[in-house]
Design a protein around this ligand. Structure first.
Ligand code: 4AZ
Length: 242
């Protein structure tokens, strides 16, 4: 996260660290992406986070990714489902969404709801341009490659029409994507935040509006973050979860 600040424990209880088993190791996992807790047994992440034939686990509840914390819940992933139309080109990533099914720990639960672990709602609308929403993650900052502390920043929703302007992203943008950021630059998601949440609050409830997906660099003027447009995938998500 560029231009962000440290998150308080429990401030983003749906934030997940998606981790892959290190090569040749039976126990060591490393952070590859963010993720979003949708229900006790389902995590939403980006399609480009899923490397085939790898073992994944998720860690949630804590704020420091390099330390075991009392609030941490670590759960193996039993199934990965990447969107059938997920596609990467040199200029954009399309339908960049995937679901992770978690291992049941204490039937019927996988993740247990606590002060620090809680799911976020699926949206029943696209949030309007100018709406202030929040991004969070352990990805790159303006000073270092990764942050051991969970960071967050406020960004503004940007209309599709505006984001398709030639000096922003032009016609590579489709309805599987949405833009959010600060067009003057400085505040943005970045590498390692991918798969993580863009969350908007409405009437005291928190809704997942976007999944960190791609962008032209990080924090650059007129190059806002591009997010998988969760409202566009709501039917796909609910059908896979059922
Ligand atoms: C990445 O490489 C990436 N500024 C993620 C988010 C953004 C750019 C790149 C958005 O995973």
């Amino acid at each position: 996260i560029y231009g962000g600040s440290k998150s308080f424990p429990g401030a983003h209880p749906w934030q997940v660290s998606v981790q892959v088993r290190a090569k040749g190791s039976s126990f060591a996992f490393g952070h590859v992406c963010g993720g979003i807790l949708l229900s006790s047994c389902w995590v939403l992440t980006a399609g480009h986070c899923i490397l085939p034939n790898k073992d994944f686990q998720v860690v949630m509840g804590g704020v420091n990714i390099n330390q075991d914390e009392d609030m941490d819940q670590t759960i193996p992933v039993v199934e990965t489902i990447v969107h059938e139309q997920y596609r990467e080109t040199p200029n954009a990533v399309y339908n960049d969404i995937a679901l992770l099914k978690l291992q049941v720990t204490d039937a019927p639960y996988c993740a247990k709801e606590t002060r620090f672990v809680r799911s976020v709602c699926l949206p029943d609308q696209m949030f309007p341009a100018g709406k202030e929403c929040v991004i969070s993650g352990w990805g790159a900052t303006e000073n270092q490659t990764y942050s051991s502390q969970l960071l967050n920043a406020r960004v503004l929703m940007i209309s599709q029409e505006r984001c398709r302007a030639p000096h922003i992203y032009g016609s590579v943008l489709d309805n599987s994507m949405l833009c959010a950021g600060i067009l003057q630059g400085g505040t943005d998601s970045c590498q390692g935040d991918s798969g993580g949440p863009l969350v908007c609050e409405q009437d005291g409830k928190h809704y997942i509006s976007g999944v960190v997906s791609w962008g032209d660099g990080c924090g650059q003027q007129n190059k806002p973050g591009v997010y998988a447009n969760v409202y566009n995938f709501k039917d796909w998500i609910t059908s896979k979860m059922n």
